[in-house]
Design a protein around this ligand. Sequence first.
Ligand SMILES: Cc1ncc(COP(=O)(O)O)c(C=O)c1O
Length: 499
Amino acid sequence: MPRTSHPILGFEITLDRTSNITLDKQIAEAVRRAVQTGALMPGDLVTPIRQLAQYLNVARATVDAAYAELIAEGLLFSVRGRGTFVSSSHVCRKTSAAAPPAASAVQKPIADSTAVCVSALGYLMPQKNIPLAIVSTSADVSPRDFQAYFQRAAKKHLLDQVYDHPCGLPALREAIARIASRLRNVQCRPEQVVVTSGSQLGLMMAMMTLLNPGDRVCIENPAYPLLRAAGFLRGIDPVYAPVDAEGLDIEAAKELCPNPRAIFLTPSNQCPLGVVMSMKRRRAILDWAQVSGAWVVEDDYDSELRYEGNLPFPALYGMDHGANVIYVGTFSKMLFPGLRLGYLIVPEHLVESFAGMRLILDRQSHSIAQHAVAEYIQDGFYEAHVRKMRQIFDTRYHEIRELVERDWGDWGCFISGAQGMHVTFRFHNQAIDDKAVFEACLEQGVETRYLSSFYAPGSSQAMRGLVLGFGFFNREQMLSAVSRIGFVLRHRFAEFGPA
Ligand SMILES: Cc1ncc(COP(=O)(O)O)c(C=O)c1O
């Protein structure tokens, strides 16, 4: 009986040619087992039919029949011209396979999605609060005047914190509607604002309110990994579409997914590439949403920050008057990530659905934090703080680029534009293992994110590079971190460096 471990498939297939179980059934069963044990993860590309047939020395029709059976079951799905992938609705059980429970423990079943949650702890854990983390705090950038607002709110409201409206305090909803209009050209009534615990809850609420499990959803590739994880939890069928210098490649996206139920985007600062979606593409996305009936979920996480005198492009929500767009905003970047305050702006007719979802998922946000932020905005300090951040970050954006250019700029190039809190550097030599670079930098006390980790598993177009945060660190800190990265590159990865 040949026992073969396919190099791409990454798990063993044992074909028994003497068995009365047909070969296609045996192959299907092997793939099924691989998904159950986590050897294949949602979104993974499975080995192409021709390649697997050749490797196992069976007819192509045999592998074709096996895959067809799994597609009919919903375990796999195929994308014309791209290949066959593991569906997200069949989440693996990697943890139970990888870490068998103690002999004495009684094994009780838990949700399939737990595997995704546990693996999220590995690759989605927050960055250490050291250079060059993307979001951090620092005395010269953090809003020190906010402290007085928080203390005042605590003094006034500490003993009258009750269950409030799930969508948030009226004063905060009003204040958010005001800054959304002034900073992002989003015109809405305060009643359309739903206060959340940061964008993450907003994104999850959009998944839960707009989508059913199994719905086809267009997601940028690369994308914010916590968005992909939220999609796994909801059980959507993600279709990952490429991004180019103008943002989501809409023609490619339409071909891959002609009728998505929703499109999730970061148009003002593509996460992580740092590309700003052009006006032409913005109009095309809204036209596509109109014609296809898709929702657009716009994650506008740090769009207040644009440099070199550039004004932020208007939010998609503002261009569409909110007919097809759900706007996701956050105070994590402009104030503090630990505050856990963000917001959704939703079309009028969806307010009740989102309000109910907010109530069920987490009742409401922290009352004192809501009072404090509402007053901080009302008194005009929030906008002053944004202006100050814009100025400081503008300088630091140019500083980090200059420091990298001088030290190891010949290893690659920047692909991100002049906005946000991170720069994205792509290595010229794409054979480099950017995860290994990231790990080596961390050993030297430098935080980064590696570019390939933002791509859907199995993406053939995944780029290798580093994502560096710059806003919260002064020139000396950035200089030290950049030179330590240079040291790591030259000493540990010399063979991938410039000739
Ligand atoms: C694309 C994107 N959206 C949203 C956020 C903010 O998340 P939250 O508001 O949940 O803190 C981040 C933070 O890094 C992000 O990169």
